[in-house]
Design a protein around this ligand. Structure first.
Ligand code: SIN
Length: 297
């Protein structure tokens, strides 16, 4: 039987009693979507045997899937699955990108139509010598962050727009990459031109709940329109520090078989770098396209 329970933290819920190798019926799927919009992140436990085909099929119920621009990390035969892992093949070549979540970001906010949600499947979870999970993922609620802004800041941001770019998140992740770890593949100017910067309102309305959301993130936001780079950097740092305050953050401790679904429109996330081979972390992500953001009224 399907159960939905709150996770320990300011938001998020956990779903048990589902095997996603059997497609949920539409009433069950509606409950999952409702939980996602209400709780912002949901963890469907116990999906150890979920196949790539079923992961893709379930993800497509939420909408069209994106194929990641770092295409060498897409799973062979399944381009809609992006591999996030520190594991390497027998030649020592990376089987995915370990560093995907090293900066606070919203997946694909550099697209004109950013992602509605991502679905990350935990195949291997690193543990410390006592068996405690490592490689947590932190999620911040940008709805809660917006609500807690001072009125003057809400008013200041109301008509502002931000420029988001893949180049920005690429450079930010690259700067965090540790020596000896294989990170992002080199991108040429031509590659970057395929994902040009885009402009979104700084405060958007959630397309389903209507709630206002602070929509700029340290990973992908280059600058605010009409501001100098220095002014923009100062504002972005201030907004990021506000958004990731502990009262707006849920920390996910992974279990093997978790399928974590997060609403990209109302959250940002960050993956903790506290493990190293032979501690293996192997995750597979699908990313669902969403609507073009609209400014909150
Ligand atoms: C991501 O940014 O999608 C990766 C999150 C993670 O590795 O936990």
């Amino acid at each position: 039987m399907l159960t939905i329970e709150r996770l320990s933290g300011p938001f998020g819920s956990e779903i048990t009693g589902l095997d996603l190798n059997t497609e949920p019926d539409s009433a069950t799927f509606d409950k999952i979507v409702e939980a996602l919009h209400r709780h912002a992140v949901i963890c469907i436990r116990g999906q150890q045997s979920l196949t790539p085909e079923k992961h893709i099929a379930f993800s497509k119920r939420f909408g069209e899937l994106e194929v990641h621009v770092q295409s060498s990390f897409n799973l062979d035969g399944y381009p809609e699955i992006y591999c996030i892992t520190n594991c390497v093949d027998e030649k020592g070549d990376a089987l995915g990108l370990a560093e995907a979540g090293r900066v606070w970001h919203t997946d694909l906010s550099y697209m004109r139509e950013p992602s509605r949600c991502s679905l990350l499947h935990a195949l291997e979870v690193p543990v410390d010598e006592d068996g405690n999970p490592l490689g947590d993922t932190l999620f911040a609620s940008c709805t809660m962050a917006y609500e807690a802004l001072a009125d003057e800041m809400k008013e200041r941001l109301r008509t502002m727009k931000a420029i988001h770019s893949y180049r920005q998140v690429y450079e930010r992740i690259k700067a965090k990459s540790k020596p000896g770890r294989q990170g992002l593949k080199d991108f040429t100017e031509e590659d970057f031109q395929k994902v040009p910067p885009t402009i979104h309102p700084a405060i958007i309305a959630h397309p389903h709940t209507g709630a206002p959301i602070l929509f700029c993130d340290f990973g992908t936001t280059e600058s605010f329109v009409g501001m100098s780079q220095d002014e923009s950097d100062t504002l972005l740092e201030k907004l990021t520090a506000h958004t990731v305050r502990p009262e707006f953050v849920y920390t996910h401790k992974w279990q093997c078989g978790d399928l974590m679904i997060w609403d990209n429109i109302q959250t940002q996330h960050f993956a903790v770098d506290d493990y190293w081979l032979p501690q293996r972390r192997r995750m597979q992500r699908t990313t669902v396209k969403g609507p073009a953001p609209r400014a909150a009224g």
